[in-house]
Design a protein. Sequence first.
Length: 246
Amino acid sequence: MVVSLVNLGRMDYAAALAVQEQICALRQQERIGDVLLLVEHPPVLTLGRNAHRQNVLAGGELLARRGISVLETNRGGDVTYHGPGQLVGYPVLNLRGFAPPLGIVAYLRKLEEVLIRACGDYGVLTQRSPGRAGVWTMPGGTVAEKKIAALGVHVARGVTTHGFALNVTTDLDDFQLIVPCGISDRGVTSIEAEVAPAPSLEQMAHSIARHFGRAFERQMVWVEALDDLLPGGLPSEGRTAGVGLL
């Protein structure tokens, strides 16, 4: 079994969401196989299905001045931030295609395992936090655990969208605009804040790809363009110029 991996480069959140939605529809129709999309977004705040608007701390005027939009999505979770230096992964997988089929909790645990292993490649020890989705640094002494990767997913007809956001060289000051994921008693960190030198997004993407294949027991195949996912190419609304490999 194969997972096709496509790098969307830096892409506006709304545009990447439109790509996800089309890939999901094709996967639900079994016209394509499983796909992992990797992307880096310009600064944006997104609100999940369980979001509380008061967790956006910055006012509209400040956000507008900084060119940061606020968008509602159908993923799980509260408010989160996406921006440069963050590697975002959108797996579009048919959970019913696994043996046995994956439930949502098992799927989330596998995503966390991918991220834990990828962080470990660069000397950052991370863990799960009971009752909280995502990946966290190990606490030590008086230093509490910090969140290094957020998860938020959606499943429709057995097919996943949305996914994870891993802070690699992200500007952590931007998280002060929100209460990240609605959690006010823990901080946020990045690979860069934990180790030096930090890996590039390209290096991190290759780690993610390797561990994704191992965790989900799938062969990862890097695909040069979205059109290559479907014989004859994607319908015109799914084409995106300039999409290639990391």
